[in-house]
Design a protein around this ligand. Sequence first.
Ligand code: ADP
Ligand code: MG
Length: 330
Amino acid sequence: MLAPVRPFACVLSLLLAGAAGTVRAEWHSDTQPIMGTEVSVTLWHDRAQAAERAIAAVMAEARRLDNTLSPYKEDSDLSRINAGAAAAPVDISLEMQALIDKSLYYSRLSQGAFDISFASVGRRYDYRQGRQPSAGQRRQLLPAIDYRQLRLDRKHHKLSFGHADMRIDLGGIAKGYAVDRAVEKLRQLGISHASVSAGGDSRVIGDKRGRPWMIGIKNPRARDQVALLLPLVDAAISTSGDYERYFIDPQSGERVHHILNPRTGRSASGVTSVSVIGPRGFDTDPLSTTVFVMGVEQGLQLLNRLEQFDGVIIDAAGKVHYSRGLMPPE
Ligand code: ADP
Ligand code: MG
């Protein structure tokens, strides 16, 4: 911890620095479209050039991860796995292994609510075009959603699929991992106040110079409104919502969105938004998706069991539910 700086001393040193024409501490920020969403960085730095280099490093890392993990890029490592792993074990990087291993951990913890093989059915959805698999297609592909049939050879760094129709997608964990990587880079560069986000996954370094970072949770049914603000210092927060990618089924009037219940191959219902707070995006991202699928009751039970995590769930009626750590003491 740095000793607190008195405001007067702080202003004086900034003025002196300004007079010398060399340094002027201020906030720097940038937002770029990467990973199918917006990646944003805000950081405090006393040299504009170094700040720009730091921001560029974060964006470059997000682009690298997009190129590695995207299911939409044919030459990504993920696409290579999906193309080959049903036929024979495919070599994977240590990074890929860590992502899959973490995903399997959350699959086991939730008895399959989180399952990266949701993509076996999930790839038949196109939210932009308003397309979804027919009931017959869903029935046929559903057995291929099964994390227990993901065979990870941790020793030889290989992955194979136990079902011919199996596919994986890391969309429920990749952005949380990306914000962690960004934070690592910024820390290495000596930055002690910053906020990084990739869509609904954010992580902050330190505070916002004297006060906590305030991270907003959108109103799921009026996205330009903030439903809640949560103060954060040195923490990650991930939000999963049914409003990010969806369409309304013209026949049933149901909302078809991008978080699937692996048991049914259909959009998870009952909840409209889940935010999870914890130390790292690598955990809060998969956990927010997991809790979304589990629903209010089971989701809160899970969060209350996990020491390091807390969460806020907004249900289908708009009611807000808090995990134990966020509730006022009795
Ligand atoms: P966002 O992508 O909007 O940040 P989430 O973190 O909740 O939201 O992730 C949703 C993404 O997770 C989906 O777009 C999909 O790629 C993936 N996903 C959907 N359902 C599941 C599931 N049951 N288990 C694991 N991943 C899922
Ligand atoms: Mg998530």
